[in-house]
Design a protein around this ligand. Structure first.
Ligand code: SAM
Length: 283
């Protein structure tokens, strides 16, 4: 029977979905349940058309079976990850930082002033979380404050977007007007409706690729504050615990860990204690 080369009329077979599912879970921890099948089909369809392949089977065979095409595997991971994020997402975390944590770290340890305060956004997506952190730190310490924001993610596409630091005006709606005025510039062509972070904010925010499933992470230093929000929900319980343990090893004793509001570390063996809802202090 002739193969149906129209990707729109094809379905991802159970066998190929199972291969893909195992690869994704092994390589980056993300669990793909059966109800994600149509989402995966849809996202791969575009890629298969771009590569001019005959369909899902040829794609899976070439990427996963016939030796390791690591560039395309990276692309596959980019396609599969969910990158939803916002500026000032879960805003009470930033209020807590400004009202409690930054005053505590700066008055007790001179962090942000004489000593460098290092903050890490470990699943930074398109940059909204790390730039929110940079603005909050700049607001507290001034633009000349002694702080860095390290931002890492597994997805190379989102990292590229983040590095550009350009957002639509619509996307920046969650940024308070006073912050926008101080920390963002409008595009010269007003019709573009684009805004960009000022160089001082950009230079404080450094991006790199990290896979949280890897044994070690690439970070220039241990950090005083780590954000790991809205990412472990995609992993199984064992992977969640392993990852949070590793993240904790990159936080200095007495430093802080922020998790997403729907995420729990309940029952995990970790060197942290609760400080506020979904915020922990490293022992
Ligand atoms: C839903 S976004 C959350 C972004 C941000 N932390 C927030 O709360 O708005 C999840 C991010 O985790 C990233 N991610 C998924 N698996 C990862 C892994 N194994 N290592 C690093 N990042 C990962 C995705 O690429 C995505 O950008």
């Amino acid at each position: 029977m002739a193969e149906d080369n129209n990707i729109f009329s094809q379905q991802l077979s159970s066998n190929d979905f199972a291969l893909l599912k195992d690869f994704i879970e092994d390589s980056c921890g993300i669990k793909l349940s059966e109800n994600k099948r149509s989402m995966v089909e849809g996202r791969l369809r575009k890629r298969i058309r771009a590569l001019n392949l005959s369909g899902y089977k040829e794609y899976i065979d070439s990427v996963l079976k016939n030796g390791c095409d690591s560039a395309e595997q990276m692309h596959l991971i980019d396609v599969i990850t969910t990158n939803k994020t916002d500026f000032f997402r879960e805003p009470n975390h930033f209020t807590l930082m400004t009202e409690k944590i930054l005053p505590y770290l700066s008055s007790n340890f001179n962090l942000g002033t004489q000593e460098t305060l290092n903050v890490w956004s470990s699943a930074s997506s398109t940059g909204e979380e790390p730039y929110t952190l940079a603005m909050v730190l700049a607001e507290y310490f001034g633009l000349g404050g002694n702080f860095n924001v390290f931002a890492t993610d597994i997805n190379t596409n989102v990292l590229q977007i983040a590095k550009k630091a350009v957002y639509t005006e619509e996307k920046s709606i969650d940024i308070p007007y006073e912050y926008k005025k101080k920390y963002m510039l409008r595009s010269k062509n007003r019709a573009d409706k684009l805004v960009r972070f000022i160089p001082e904010i950009r230079s404080k925010t450094r991006f790199g690729r990290n896979n949280l499933k890897d044994a070690k992470y690439i970070l220039p230093t241990q950090v005083d504050i780590a954000f790991c929000r809205n990412v472990i929900i995609y992993f199984d319980a064992k992977t969640q615990e392993e990852i949070i343990q590793k993240i904790c090893s990159y936080i200095k004793p007495g430093g802080f860990l922020f998790m997403g509001h729907s995420e729990s570390v309940h029952g995990m063996k970790l060197p942290i204690r609760n400080y506020a809802p979904t915020v922990y202090i490293k022992e």
